[in-house]
Design a protein. Structure first.
Length: 520
């Protein structure tokens, strides 16, 4: 069997890994409806057939998250939004193993373990819809690979450094958490990677000179990050102790930090790698990855192959794992008013780097290990494909309600039951954004409220209760008149609106566990 056959096997695994994204009309991602609504607003900001020009304006300042929103908005000129978004997500899923392979090759290691990262593309961050963070992960791995090449490839140092400069800026424009990882990972690679000139170098200047290209490659990204920090920290923080989505005190003060215990983090480390489906079947691809990794560990001991590297160089990948695990265990869960769900996201990155750190085996074993790694993509496609289709059938209630939604609606989401019978995450939380996007309208809760959004409200945001998680705090007299549509899930509208259903309001449609209430 030839190297061409191996490449075909690798490509087939990539296709299977992305297949679950294409077998259903709705994806089980909590924040995705909000993301798509914001991209729709960005793309149609001057469209008079929508509410967008009246309510929203572009936020002309540097913010992370720009990468995802603007890139998919650009694709929308060629494709429908849903298709453009699926292509973007597919690029992320496929890009995770490919960027890991790029890093492994730069370190002089075989690339077969990169396919073990495919099942790790899905998991807790995917379920929450943290698309910006997910997209930043392949770019972060690519930065590591480019940095190593800018150190070791004497013939093309400047080219690799230029690529590093562009890639590092891209990481920041997608998500600052991946950039924070690189703030530790790149210095570690700098300290542990020998360059060809080290053998004859004498003195600090001689050792520094061949590393200048790599160091220059990080300057644009670091400069942009410092500019963003100055702009972000220079803005007055809204301190409201106990209020959702507000700072409870100075940024790093004890009252503003929320921590998980070490025991809780330890219990969640493996759980969050595959926790999408209620029946737990999405853990089978992870078990397959574990089985292949265990075999590789044993074979590395029994039939290992010397790497030819020194001890320090052999610690490069394990050191990156330690950095990711340190961020997972040592960072707070929330920095209120600034960033949420902070430390848990690093579990995925630690797992991806861990499979890349498997010991070297004899060259004759690499093809069987490649094929075994590729085989892990088959249960991934089958299990997640079935789960995503089942969820899509459940979420089709949104489609029925869209048919009963008027153009340019102002939709209040009253989601008392956010749960799904298929997936574990509260994927119905932002259903109002689905209706609003389909008809060019607005919702009571939008990411345009957040400082990392590329959009803002032109004037005062529409009135709503403090947290979209607490619809029981809805006050019709104070908030209701600003809306002409109400999406209710998990409670009958009569319990909320009472006699108003016979007067100014009426039930326009009911599907699944949801009702659409409209003004008469």
């Amino acid at each position: 069997m030839s190297a061409r056959t191996d490449r075909l096997v690798y490509a087939a695994a990539l296709v299977l890994g992305a297949l679950p994204l294409w077998v259903s009309s709705h994806l089980p991602m909590v924040d995705l409806p909000q993301h798509l609504h914001l991209i729709s607003v960005l793309h149609r900001l001057d469209d008079p057939t929508t509410l967008y020009p009246r309510l929203f304006a572009a936020r002309h300042e540097l913010t992370p998250y720009l990468g995802y929103y603007y890139l998919v908005s650009l694709l929308q000129w060629l494709l429908p939004l849903d298709l453009a978004n699926r292509l973007f997500l597919s690029a992320y899923v496929v890009g995770l193993p490919l960027s890991l392979a790029f890093l492994l090759r730069g370190l002089g290691r075989p690339t077969w373990p990169s396919l073990l990262a495919l099942p790790l593309a899905y998991g807790d961050s995917f379920g929450w819809g943290f698309v910006n963070y997910l997209a930043a992960l392949p770019l972060a791995l690519l930065c590591c690979g480019l940095f190593v090449r800018a150190l070791t490839d004497t013939a093309r140092r400047r080219a690799w450094a230029a690529g590093l400069a562009v890639c590092l800026v891209a990481v920041l424009l997608f998500h600052v958490q991946a950039f924070a990882f690189l703030g530790l990972a790149l210095p570690w690679l700098l300290l542990t990677t020998r360059v060809p000139e080290d053998g004859g170098a004498k003195g600090l200047a001689a050792r520094l000179r061949p590393r200048l290209a790599a160091l220059a490659g990080v300057v644009p990204g670091v400069g942009l990050f410092l500019a963003w920090v100055v702009l972000r920290l220079g803005q007055p923080s809204q301190v409201e102790a106990g209020a959702p989505w507000r700072a409870w005190g100075p940024m790093l003060s004890p009252q503003n930090l929320s921590w998980k215990t070490f025991a809780q983090n330890r219990a969640e480390l493996l759980e969050v790698l595959a926790n999408l489906l209620r029946d737990g079947s999405d853990r089978w691809p992870l078990y397959a990855v574990g089985a292949v990794a265990a075999c590789a560990l044993v074979l590395g001991v029994v039939r290992g192959e010397p790497s030819g590297e020194g001890l320090v160089a052999r610690l490069r990948l394990p050191g990156l794992v330690v950095i990711a695990l340190g961020l997972f265990f040592l960072l707070p869960f929330d920095i209120r008013g600034y960033i949420y769900y902070l430390n848990t996201r690093y579990a995925q990155l630690a797992a991806v780097l861990a499979v890349a750190s498997l010991p070297l085996t004899h060259v004759s074993l690499r093809r069987p290990l490649l094929w075994a790694s590729a085989a892990c993509a088959l249960p991934l496609a089958l299990v997640l494909g079935r789960g995503f289709r089942d969820f899509s059938r459940e979420a089709s209630e949104w489609d029925a309600l869209v048919e009963a939604t008027a153009p340019r609606p102002r939709v209040m989401g009253l989601i008392f039951d956010t749960t799904s019978r298929v997936v574990r995450h509260p994927v119905f939380l932002h259903g109002a954004a689905e209706l609003a996007r389909a008809r060019g309208g607005s919702t009571n809760f939008s990411f345009a409220l957040t400082p990392h959004s590329p959009l803002r409200y032109r004037g005062t945001p529409p009135p709503t209760f403090p947290s979209e998680w607490r619809p029981d705090a809805f006050d019709y007299a104070a908030q209701g008149p600003a809306y002409d549509h109400f999406l209710v899930r998990g409670a009958h509208p009569s319990r909320i609106f009472g006699a108003r259903l016979q007067q100014e309001l009426a039930i326009a449609a009911q599907a699944g566990d949801s009702w659409l209430v409209r003004r008469r």
